[in-house]
Each structure stands twice: as structure tokens, then as C-alpha cells.
Design a binder for this molecule. Structure first.
Ligand code: C5P
Length: 248
């Protein structure tokens, strides 16, 4: 497996700006980054916005070619989501998330806007990933919202709708990888959180898989947070993961 690109996106889940900058520098700032990308999400972006991204993830770190996953989980009327996408393309995210439950028109215009704005700015087109059924929702939570189909079926349905609506892939739990790969084909991006190295604490993640298991099932990218960020030496933890995956 040696030599394949590093699938690990490190989740930087904090509103502590200096800490985020330090973590990103340590896992992504070396000549050979220990991760394939970093993920900044809602809490960081709401606290610090675009200037915070530029500070924590500055050009010299970006220059290593590292990926940037901006996990905003947008969900609104099509025009507003398009405006949100337009506002962040200049940050050159590799991936942006939107909720598939926003519907086909919302996803279509988000995809079109990502492409047209990237072209206008002369930057790479951000890939759009859909959030299907949140893993925090079970069957009875879904029923309470009027969704009475099996949660697994709903995930497949929303992923298929996302694909038809111009999205590049979805976020999915390890347990959904195999069915989504079958349903959506080999080119659909599957970005997978809920990953724990063998022996690591699962914390609040209930259904975890190892990086190797998830990749073998067909994941493209793995989102891994605390096993890296809470390690005594985050860069070393990320390096060990990468080596085990044959990516360093
Ligand atoms: O620390 P940990 O590895 O559990 O972090 C996983 C990351 O993936 C967090 O940023 C979390 O918000 C995100 N995520 C998740 N489960 C989902 C969707 C996203 O853990 N179903």
C-alpha cells in the first residue's frame, strides 16, 4: 500500500485559535505532511470566520498541497446556500459540506455556484459533499420528523439524490460505506468519520471502525479528530496512522 495518497483529514474541533494554528502546523506543516488534509467545522468558522482560516491555515502550510475540508453543513433555501458557497470559494476549500435534505434545487445551485465562482477566481473547484442522515438520529428520531422509511434506506435515497444533483460525494458512517459504494459507483467520494485506530478510545463515537477496515470497504477519505489532536504528540500520532495506511 506504500505510496498511496494520505486519506486522513484531521478534524480540528476547537474555537481556540492559537491551538488550532498549532495543531495544523504540527500535523500539516512539515516538508512531508503527516495528514492528507485538515477539517475546520462550524464551531471554528462561526467563532473566527475567513480571517481565522487564513490565520490558522496560512499559505505556507497550504503550499504543501494539503487538503482543506470546510465542514459547514449548509442547509437553507437555494439562493442563500449559493451565496454561502460563493462567500467561501476564495478560501479554496477542497471540500465543503451541505445537507442533502435541502433538496435537489439547493444542491444543484450549490454545485453550479462552486464551479462558476472557482472559475471566476481562477482556483480549483471545491468538491461538494452531502450530509445524509445524521448519525445522531435513530429510527424513532426520524419518525418524529415524518420520515418513516428505514434509516439505511433514507441514507441511500439521499445519496442517490445528491449524486443526481451534482454533488461529488457524501459524508457517511463506516457502516454505510459498502452499500453507498454499490449504490453510487466508484467515482463518488465517501468521506468517513467515526474512525479509531486499533486500541484507541472510542470516546462518544458508538460505531467505530479502524482506518484499514474503512479503506478496505471503499472509503476515499477518513476524518480523524481526537486520536490525533489529543495525543501527547499529534504529529507522531498522525505519522503512525499514515504509515499503517501505507501513505508515508
Ligand atoms: O474526534 P473524532 O475522531 O471523533 O472526530 C470526528 C469528526 O467527524 C468530528 O469533527 C465530528 O464532528 C465529525 N463527524 C462525526 N460523525 C458524523 C459526522 C461528522 O464524528 N456522523
Amino acid at each position: 500500500m506504500r505510496g498511496r495518497s494520505n486519506p486522513v483529514y484531521c478534524a480540528i474541533d476547537t474555537i481556540d485559535l492559537p491551538l488550532a494554528a498549532r495543531l495544523i502546523r504540527s500535523v500539516a506543516g512539515g516538508a512531508v505532511p503527516a495528514v492528507g488534509g485538515v477539517k475546520l467545522g462550524l464551531e471554528f468558522f462561526l467563532a473566527h470566520g475567513a480571517p481565522g482560516v487564513r490565520y490558522a491555515f496560512p499559505a505556507p502550510v497550504r503550499a504543501t498541497g494539503i487538503g482543506f475540508f470546510l465542514d459547514l453543513k449548509l442547509h437553507d433555501i437555494p439562493n442563500t446556500v449559493a451565496g454561502g458557497i460563493r462567500a467561501v470559494v476564495e478560501l479554496e476549500p477542497t471540500f465543503i459540506t451541505i445537507h442533502t435534505a435541502g433538496g435537489a434545487a439547493m444542491m444543484n445551485i450549490a454545485a453550479e455556484t462552486a464551479a462558476s465562482e472557482a472559475k471566476r477566481l481562477g482556483v480549483a473547484r471545491p468538491r461538494l459533499l452531502g450530509v445524509t442522515v445524521l448519525t445522531s438520529l435513530d429510527r424513532s428520531d426520524l419518525e418524529a420528523t415524518g420520515v418513516t422509511v428505514d434509516p439505511g434506506q433514507q441514507v441511500l435515497r439521499l445519496a442517490a439524490l445528491a449524486r443526481r444533483s451534482g454533488l461529488d460525494g457524501v459524508i457517511c458512517s463506516p457502516l454505510e460505506i459498502a452499500a453507498l459504494r454499490r449504490e453510487c459507483g466508484k467515482d463518488f467520494v465517501l468521506m468517513v468519520p467515526g474512525i479509531r485506530p486499533p486500541g484507541a478510545a472510542s470516546a462518544d463515537q458508538k460505531r467505530v471502525m479502524t482506518p484499514q477496515e474503512a479503506m478496505a470497504l471503499g472509503a476515499n477519505h477518513l476524518v480523524i479528530g481526537r486520536p490525533i489532536t489529543e495525543a501527547a504528540d499529534p504529529a507522531l500520532a498522525a505519522e503512525v496512522l499514515a504509515r499503517d495506511l501505507g501513505a508515508l
